[in-house]
Write a protein that binds this ligand. Structure first.
Ligand code: CU
Length: 288
């Protein structure tokens, strides 16, 4: 058969279809039964493209010939009045079961429908596509707030923790041999002046860098005993051995002007004392 073959060959379409061609003799006019030419009858099967690919087998049987259809749009010319049976079988009935055929605007839930070509018919199968799971929103990571510094370091000798209301004072007796070792942190005669707010805890890291024993005690200018419980290195009149170190702590529980003095006999009088003030408020300070 050729395109010039007689028009009304009712039997011709099937044989041509079987040969895989689409050049069918129309039922109306012209050599082609193509919708693009606006002539004749056909069924156009549209299988929507899916990201999942073809979800099932779609076939069109015309007469005794079955043709498998692929994704997209396939127009099968028919003789007007000719029937075509459209079948859709899901590849995976569990996840993508067949839903319906839509033929000429009407819906059929049967997986196989027979249409009679009375014009340009469109048909489309639908397979169930499970909805995509809602993506779990990625929890927004909140930028952690800049941590409040838990400790403020004023210098190498004094730091404090406002939240804990605690100050740490490093006292090195005889540091660098200042005042023949009768000094704290390199200062004597009250040149080292530390203050803390009342109620704060003071931790004293005391070490002895001198060649003789020394101690450290919070006293009044003329006192010989600690003004706050615990505000003394042990056995202060004997003192800590050279090279030794220890820690003691106390609560600065009363506002006032005090000293940190060495109570090894004679040392305070030779200048081995620092100024220690308990203030009514504020934050710890150190002056050198
Ligand atoms: Cu001393």
């Amino acid at each position: 058969m050729t395109r010039g073959a007689p028009i009304r060959l009712a039997a011709a379409p099937l044989s041509v279809l079987a040969a895989g061609g689409l050049l069918l003799v129309g039922c109306a006019r012209g050599p082609l039964n193509s919708p693009s030419e606006g002539v004749g009858c056909s069924v156009t099967v549209q299988i929507p493209a899916s990201s999942s690919g073809l979800l099932g087998t779609v076939e069109a049987r015309v007469g005794g010939t079955t043709r498998r259809l692929d994704l997209g749009t396939t127009t099968i010319p028919l003789s007007c009045g000719q029937q075509a049976t459209l079948t859709a079988e899901p590849t995976n009935p569990t996840t993508n079961p067949f839903v319906s055929w839509t033929v000429a605007g009407q819906t059929s839930v049967a997986s196989s429908v027979t249409v009679t070509a009375d014009g340009l018919i469109t048909a489309s199968p639908q397979f169930f596509v499970p909805p995509k799971p809602t993506p779990t929103p990625t929890p927004k990571v909140r930028p952690s707030p800049t941590p409040t510094p838990t400790s403020v370091t004023l210098d190498q000798w004094l730091s404090y923790d406002p939240a804990a209301r605690s100050a740490t004072l490093k006292l090195v007796a005889g540091y660098k041999g200042v005042n023949r070792g009768l000094s704290y942190d390199g200062y004597s005669n009250g040149q080292l002046a530390v203050s803390v707010p009342v109620g704060w805890t003071v931790v004293v890291d005391f070490s002895n860098a001198a060649t003789i024993n020394h101690s450290a005690v919070v006293v009044t200018p003329t006192g010989t005993s600690p003004v706050f419980p615990g505000a003394s290195s042990p056995d202060p009149t004997v003192g800590l051995n050279p090279g030794g170190s220890l820690t003691f702590s106390f609560v600065a529980s009363a506002v006032g002007s005090y000293r940190i003095a060495c109570l090894v006999p004679g040392h305070e009088g030779l200048g081995m004392w620092a100024s220690f003030t308990v203030t009514a408020g504020g934050v710890p300070t150190i002056h050198l």
